[in-house]
Design a protein around this ligand. Structure first.
Ligand SMILES: *[C@@H]1O[C@H](CO)[C@@H](O)[C@H](O)[C@H]1NC(C)=O
Ligand SMILES: *[C@@H]1O[C@H](CO)[C@@H](O)[C@H](O)[C@H]1NC(C)=O
Ligand SMILES: *[C@@H]1O[C@H](CO)[C@@H](O)[C@H](O)[C@H]1NC(C)=O
Length: 269
């Protein structure tokens, strides 16, 4: 009963932990379940905000990235996921929007792409800007090291801004995690340990028992041990023990012994 209750409790906890990231809208008309599952892995980073500054000559640009959330919460159209701010003239350029997201992964990285940014003026055939954020596995941090790598805009099309950062969410799931079964076994072992130690102390200091009697409920366990032994005897033995002893009397050696025994009994008479 207790273990069943514990299982339900553990299941409820894991259900709460599996957060859903629904602010990022996947670009494809019908998002695949695996792409949505991958997006859900970003849940620990949801709405987190990162900034990096790039100095180019006299200009300096600040890039602000929000994971599946808007850089301008509330104002504007609220889907600007990555925004460039020219610190000299405060000119704001939307690089990517969260309503046009795509995501792919490998063993130790996740590539998040925000599209539908503001169109280039003259570069790249005036296509919309696009931000690609490469998230690499780093077990030591939830999220850090957000930096811009490059802006590719000297192509005719498919231009992009490329960023990178480190996060543990991009790491492959660890196999060494304890399963529910092993957790239950550990709990059971601890309970048994507590029972023995607690019972021992009780028997020794409250009841005043000595030697083997200090073991808690010793008579009960002895009885149980005998029952188990009987059970094993009954189940595991191929021949009943009684017949084995019965046969012994017919052996040749027994025949030789018996008269001797009879003699001994006769002696005192
Ligand atoms: C909105 O964004 C600002 C930064 O621009 C932040 O300080 C603030 O906490 C955000 N508010 C909400 C409700 O997320
Ligand atoms: C995303 O929203 C912007 C306006 O905020 C819109 O122009 C664009 O078409 C949208 N993109 C998608 C894929 O829905
Ligand atoms: C990509 O992420 C999915 C969903 O989390 C996972 O099942 C899959 O193993 C990952 N792919 C690789 C190559 O690790």
């Amino acid at each position: 009963m207790y273990t069943r209750w514990l299982c339900i409790c553990l299941a409820a906890v894991s259900a709460v932990a599996a957060d859903v990231v629904d602010d990022c809208k996947l670009s494809s008309d019908k998002a695949s379940a695996s792409e949505q599952a991958l997006l859900n892995r970003l849940a620990p980073l949801k709405h987190k905000r990162f900034e990096t500054t790039l100095q180019t000559g006299t200009d300096s640009y600040t890039y602000t990235f929000v994971v599946c959330g808007s850089v301008f919460n509330g104002s504007k159209s609220s889907n600007e996921g990555l925004v460039q701010n020219n610190t000299k003239n405060q000119g704001i350029t939307v690089v990517g929007r969260i309503n046009d997201t795509s995501i792919v992964n490998g063993t130790d990285w996740i590539l998040l792409t925000y599209k539908s940014g503001e169109a280039y003026d003259s570069h790249c055939r005036s296509e919309p800007r696009k931000a690609m954020i490469m998230i690499s596995c780093n077990k030591k941090t939830l999220a850090e090291g957000f930096t811009i790598i490059s802006e590719e805009r000297d192509k005719l099309n498919d231009c992009f801004y490329l960023f990178e950062m480190d996060s543990s969410v991009a790491c492959p799931p660890e196999e060494s995690h304890l399963s529910v079964g092993s957790i239950l076994l550990i709990v059971l072992a601890v309970l048994i340990g507590l029972y023995i130690i607690g019972g021992f102390l009780y028997q020794r200091f409250v009841v005043g028992a000595k030697g083997m009697e200090q073991f808690p409920n010793i008579t009960l366990w002895k009885e149980l041990g005998n029952l188990v032994a009987d059970g094993c005897d009954f189940v595991c033995r191929s021949q009943p023990r009684s017949s084995e002893t019965a046969y012994r009397g017919v052996g040749d050696d027994q025949l030789g012994e018996e008269p001797e025994e009879r003699d001994d009994h006769l002696l005192p008479m």
